[in-house]
Design a protein around this ligand. Structure first.
Ligand SMILES: [Zn+2]
Length: 222
């Protein structure tokens, strides 16, 4: 598989939400659910982190569209295929909506590759974030539901030694537990929020919602 796995499920923001157009890019494991060195291999291994659904609901009520960007190399390693990833994500969607009826994911993107596959989508490369931003901003067509998108080399190109790019929207942010998440968010120019993988997104959500908060400092090559 050369592209990344796409689930596109656009939905209106809650009626009272401000319309600033910001996108919250969220890593999955260690941010929304408890991660595992052996991967999350089945819906029944998915354990939500405390208050993660509430945090996603708060972001949508505050006007953010939600784009999950997750590295899932178990696919290219042959442990399972993209249909299993879709099953896990359907389960995740259900759990989140049960806990908070606004905790909807507009888009879920998964890179199936290993580091050595040298793809453009595996974080810290930003191809998934760039694609998510284009689709959610109406600049690129995407089939609603499941698909595979194959990025070009340009989609993953980054000058890691240059200045952090200017964000498309100053509200945009990336939330992750690893340096690779911060790198991908840096390449997209967005505010960065690194979280502890044992507590996930909830402890940082107030900072994200404070649009004056510029996020964490990060230097990809230092
Ligand atoms: Zn990839």
């Amino acid at each position: 598989m050369r592209g990344f796995v796409v689930q596109y499920t656009p939905a209106d923001l809650p009626a009272s939400a401000p319309q600033h157009g910001g996108i919250a890019f969220l890593d999955r494991d260690g941010v929304l659910n408890i991660g595992s060195p052996d991967y999350i291999n089945h819906p029944n291994e998915f354990q939500t982190l405390t208050n993660a659904p509430k945090a996603v609901g708060m972001l949508r009520r505050a006007g953010y569209k939600i784009c999950i960007v997750t590295n899932q190399s178990a696919i290219v390693r042959g442990l399972w295929d993209e249909h299993r990833l879709h099953q896990i994500h359907e389960h995740m969607r259900q759990i989140f909506l049960e806990k908070d009826s606004d905790a909807h994911f507009d888009m879920i993107l998964g890179c199936p590759h290993r580091h050595r596959d040298r793809c453009m989508c595996r974080k810290p490369r930003p191809a998934m974030l760039r694609f998510g931003a284009k689709v959610l901003r109406g600049l690129q067509e995407c089939k609603v539901g499941q698909s595979i998108f194959e990025p070009t080399a340009e989609d993953g190109e980054v000058d890691w030694w240059g200045e952090k790019p200017v964000p498309q929207n100053s509200f945009d942010c990336m939330v992750g537990d690893r340096g690779s998440d911060m790198g991908a968010g840096w390449a997209q120019g967005v505010r960065l929020f690194q979280v502890d993988d044992s507590t996930g997104i909830f402890p940082v959500v107030e900072n994200i919602l404070n649009s004056e908060h510029t996020g964490d400092d990060f230097h990809p090559v230092r």
